[in-house]
Ligand binder design. Sequence first.
Ligand code: HEM
Length: 408
Amino acid sequence: MDADAIVAGLYTEEARHDPNPWYAKLHELGPASALDPEARVYTTVANGFDAVDEVLRDPRFIKVLGPVDKLDHPVLATLSRSMMFSLEPDHGRMRRLFNKIFTPRRVAALESDLLAAIDGLLDRMAELGAGGAEVDFIAEFGYQFPTKVIGLLLELPESDLAWFRERAQRIDRYLDLGGKSAEKLRAADDAVLELTDYYLRLIADRRADPGTDLVSDLVALIDSGDDRLSDTELVANLVVLLNASFVTTMNLLGNGLLPLLARPDLVDRVRADADFASRCVEEILRYDSPVQLLSRVAADDTELAGVPVPKDGAIMVLLGAANRDPRKHTDPDTFDPDRADVGHLSFGGGGYFCLGAALSRLEGRLAFPRLLQRFPDLAIARDPVRSDGLLLRGYGVIPVTTGGRGAA
Ligand code: HEM
């Protein structure tokens, strides 16, 4: 099978369920392959660990957002103003500002609030699971926890969080591979307009009456002089912050639960050993990456792993494949938190490396032990259902039983 046929396979239902057999076939062809540009938008696919790492770090390859002719659409116009989709020097200007406020210290300071949020959700799971009833781990925990965390960071009212999640999902549905229908675009546009209104009000409120939240600190720094960011740019970055943090972290939690519960020896260790829980989080990220692919464009005629890439050629950057590269990882398809070669690219690399990596690592490190301590008999009740995304890979439903111990 040639690279075009394999990449076409990635768009199928079967690959949405499990893209790894397609990734393995790409690895057999080499770390990168040329694609027929007539067949789809990409001229090149990068799948090998080193090739993907190179695309992400090397300034020969630049960020893209989407069709430039659609930039008058609110969703694309807004995203293109955020750091995630900006080029230098704008990217660096925005990223530096966020780095100053979204510090490791701020993340670490959230720990006790995160534990309280986790315990609240586990109480609810215990209630719902009383008497052996099935509980959907995604709906009751994976879906709730990351938005609670954004709620804590921005100090949003609890009652607004469901509203936020729904809008984040509409934007994600449009961004996914194959999601570019007029209907999804309209839904994403509306979501962005509504989020923009909300954030503009929030910024005005925090400017008038500052608190200790992220937005108050960002506004104070911006208004103090050196770090210029317009309110429109700030809104764009807040929209991206919500989107970048919600489904990704939900997928980390869901994608991790399955391989852990399949191995009672690992469950015992996660419960007892915080360092081991951290190793598990890294292996979950490698084994079943919440973000499976990114895109970049060649700034000039160049080559990647010996494959010519034309100027403006779009590269499909397969993080999920890089994380299972047999040239990098021994037995890549085995879930093994003790592996020495746990290195993964799930948070990207280079200048756009995930701003929230430390936060999501902390979320995973706290959530898994707490969940497994609370419900020692937690078990999968029925086959889980994958969500239909490939860009963002995770589960839509994971039915569990919480067991007698840990009940409300
Ligand atoms: C397991 C959870 C997460 C995963 C797997 C993940 C993955 C990623 C990846 C792959 C990128 C690079 C995008 C690119 O190069 O094109 C990225 C960037 C980013 N992430 Fe995350 N992310 C996660 C959680 C979060 C959280 C919790 C936040 C915020 C609180 C966040 C905020 C961001 C932002 C703002 C960027 C853009 C950084 C920049 O442009 O400089 N992410 N993330």
